[in-house]
Structure formats: C-alpha cells, structure tokens
Write a protein that binds this ligand. Structure first.
Ligand code: PMP
Length: 445
C-alpha cells in the first residue's frame, strides 16, 4: 500500500510532512478519539482528522443512519425542484438552530464550495439590489477560506496563490487580529478600534459603493488558531452593517461545538448575513457543507430583478445520505456531545495552559476544543523556531511517535481540535504527550 500510494495518490498539502521520502502514514481503524495506524499502534487523534470528526469515530447510530438511507434512497438531486426527506429535515433543523433568521440553506460537498457559493450568491444579491458595481470582497490576513480558485484568493496562504494570479483583483485583505506578537496585545479595545478603522479605510479606498462583503472566521483555524479579543467579532459585524456591506462568518471549523456552542457566532451573540459550514456538520463520516443566509439575503436574490440570472448547483448538493448522517450527528451533539465538549474543552485549555512555563512555549491560546501552542526559542523576544528545527515535519513526527496526532503548522505551532467525545483520560494524555514532545525537542533540537 505504501508503494502504491507513492506511485499514484496525490496528497497536495503534504509536502512539508516529507510524504515522498517517508511514505504515507496509514490509518486502518478508529474508535472514539483513538486511531490505529498501519502497524497496529493506537494514537489519540488530537485533531479530529482535519478538524472534522467532532463526534468521534465509530458511532453505530451514524453508521445505521447512513446504511438505512442508502437502502431507501441513496441519491436525489438537489437541482431543480426535486428533494429528499433527510435534506429537507436537515435544512429545517439547521434553520431552527442557527443564529437569528439564517433560515435558508444551500448544501454543498465541503467548505471550499460553500465559500465559492457564497461569493456567487452575494454577487446575485447585489445585482438584484440594482448595485452590480459591488464586486469587491475583503477578508482577513492569516485567514483560510478554501482551496477553490475564488476561495484560495480570500485565503491568505502564499502557497495557495502563486501561479494563479491570486488573490484576484477584487479580493483584498486587512491585517489579522493575531494577538501573540501584536503590540496592542494588552489593549484589546485599541486592537478592536484598529481593525474597525482598517476595515473602514479599506472600504473607503475601494469606494463605498464598490464593496460586496467581508469574510471572517470567528477564530482563525489554519492561520494557527488565532483568537480575536472578546468584542472584536461583534465590532466588525456592526461596522459592516454601518458600511452597508454583507458580513460572512466562515464557521467551517468553528461550527458544531468546536468552541462550545453549536456555532461560534453565539459566543458573541452576533448574526451574520451568511454563514458557511462543513466538517462537523457530518463529523467527517461523509462529505457535506452548507451555506446559510438570512431571510433578507434570500428574498432579495429570489425575488429581485436579477433572480432569473441565478445559475448555481452541484450534482451532490443536498445528498440524502450526507443529510441523514448530519441529522444523526446533530442528535448526538444535542444528546450530550456538546456538553461533554464544553467540559473537556475547559480541561484541554487548562491542561495546555499548564505548559506555559515550559522553556519552549511562547503562547497557549484557544477556546473550547480548539487550541494552539506556539513554540519559540526565546520567550521574551518571541523568536520563532529556526527552519533547521524543521518544525512541521519533525514535531509532527515526534508527536506521532509519542502516540499523538496533532497539526504541526510550519511556523512551529501545534494545533489541537480533538473530538468532542474525548474522555478526561484522552485530554490528559494529549497534554502529557505534548509535554513529552516539548521536553524531547528541548534536549535534542
Ligand atoms: N473555510 C475554513 C475556515 C476552513 O478551515 C476550510 C478547511 N480547512 C475551508 C473553508 C475549506 O473546506 P474544505 O477543505 O472542506 O473544502
């Protein structure tokens, strides 16, 4: 299998894990928060796959929901006016639970096409409003919004840009709220004011009647788990309303209990105009993403003069098997998983905070079951690990050897997003094994 993988299977973002040289890491089975590798070793999955297996592995009720739906009706198109029972039930369930009047749902296959869909819907929205000139989009540096061409342009990773003329000329970014090296770290009010001022200045520079929307993750995930100060998200949301531009919350990572509530927007009591979801929606068992929009956005697109021009759809939109899985996953969240995630999230944050005194730890941050530990060689100067310590590959390897799967970002940041079903023992092992990797790295950089 390892040979065949090397010969045939493309792993686009694995280059910094030395995939070619060391071969694929096979996973053969999993249960709860534990995965078993190709050699039969059990590891704790501190990253829930790729921030997605929120419910944990091996839930018989999810497997039964998928199997039953496959037997009854494995496929129904979401195109035209066709539909299936689980997709309709899921849309209603999400509408009931989403903040405010985010009542309308369009289903996709994952996060990237959800983001792409919002861009199209938003363009249709402004056309319908008779303001087709609103074609400029703003996002935040260090943000991640997918790897499709349009989403990659909103994403702030240079590796996703070169060769494609990205970001596109209508895509713009404001500075990140990253706190760790920010001179305003101890003055959140000033930091919030600075972000609001930059957003305002960017809109003014582009032209007040040219900007369509502002995109933001409530907590930036792939940028290294960057948590804005309390009040930041609300201030940005309010300013978007003042500026008359749409506010899009990308909850692909933060949704479904990752930070505590079902949606991270609830942490600040805000209602976005549009919201993107994926990952925890089906807990990774089958692919699915979603766009939710307010009644106002939907009614404008559907009823406006531009509605005849709306062309959009995916063969697997509103897939009945994915919808059946998502409904069961939602029942699990509400049947105790969200509560457990909140308890275990507090334990994880406290446990990782206990590593702050380690000589290599510069910063510990996060919320709920989403966290990061940033490694430095000098805690006062906040010096990042030097490239020769090959942070991503080496640290990931070391954690793997210690029996822990985590995300190792190239800049020397460990990312954590464990399944919400973790036990106290799982969480303590995540923390202990992290300390083990840190000690080992101190002894042998
Ligand atoms: N938005 C955010 C915030 C994400 O974290 C991701 C994936 N990590 C995406 C969009 C893209 O989702 P997908 O990989 O399912 O296309």
């Amino acid at each position: 299998l390892i040979e065949a993988d090397r010969d045939h299977l493309i792993h686009p973002v694995s280059s910094f894990h030395d995939h070619e040289a060391r071969g694929v890491r096979l996973l053969q089975s999993a249960k709860g928060a534990r995965v078993t590798d190709g050699e039969g070793r059990e590891l704790i999955d501190g990253f829930a796959g790729l921030w997605c297996v929120n419910a944990g592995y091996g839930h018989e009720s999810i497997i039964a929901a998928a199997t039953e739906q496959m037997r009854r009706l494995p496929y129904a198109t979401g195109y035209f006016d066709l539909g299936s029972e689980p997709a309709i039930r899921l849309a209603s369930a999400l509408a009931m639970r989403a903040p405010g009047d985010l009542n309308r749902v369009y289903f996709t296959l994952g996060g990237s096409d959800a983001v792409d869909s919002t861009i199209r819907f938003i363009r249709y929205y402004w056309h319908a409003k008779g303001q087709p000139g609103r074609d400029q989009f703003i996002s935040v540096a260090s943000g991640y919004h997918g790897s499709s061409t349009m989403g990659a342009g909103l994403t702030a990773l240079p590796a996703f840009h070169h060769g494609f003329g990205l970001p596109l000329d209508w895509q713009h970014k404001i500075a990140s709220h990253d706190l760790y090296r920010n001179p305003l770290r101890d003055d959140p009010a000033a930091l919030i004011a600075a972000s609001v001022a930059e957003l305002t200045a960017t809109v003014e520079r582009l032209g007040p009647d040219r900007v369509a929307a502002f995109y933001v993750e409530p907590i930036q995930g792939s940028g290294g788990v960057l948590v804005p100060p309390a009040g930041w998200l609300r201030a940005m949301r309010d300013r978007c309303r003042d500026l008359g531009i749409l506010f899009v919350a990308d909850e692909v990572i933060t949704g479904f209990g990752r930070t505590g509530p079902l949606f991270a927007c609830e942490d600040e009591g805000i209602v976005p105009d549009l919201m993107t979801l994926a990952k925890g929606l089906t807990s990774g068992y089958v692919p699915m993403g979603a766009v939710m929009m307010t009644e106002e956005v939907y009614q404008t697109i559907a009823g406006g003069a531009g509605s005849r021009a709306v062309g959009h759809g995916h063969t697997y939109s509103a897939h009945p098997v994915s919808a059946a899985v998502a409904l069961e996953v939602l029942a699990l969240y509400e049947g105790g998983l969200l509560d457990n995630g909140r308890i275990m999230g507090a334990r994880l944050q406290a446990g990782l905070a206990g590593l702050s005194d380690h000589p290599l730890v510069g910063d510990v941050r996060g919320r709920g079951m989403l966290a990061a530990v940033e490694l430095v060689t000098d805690k006062v100067k906040k010096t990042p690990l030097p490239p020769e310590m090959s942070p991503a590959t080496r640290l990931f390897d070391r954690a793997w050897q210690a029996g822990l799967v985590l995300r190792s970002f190239p800049q020397g940041v460990f990312g954590y997003a464990p399944p919400l079903c973790c036990t106290a023992e799982d969480i303590d092992a995540i923390v202990d094994r992290t300390r083990q990797v840190l000690d080992q790295t101190l002894d042998d950089p």
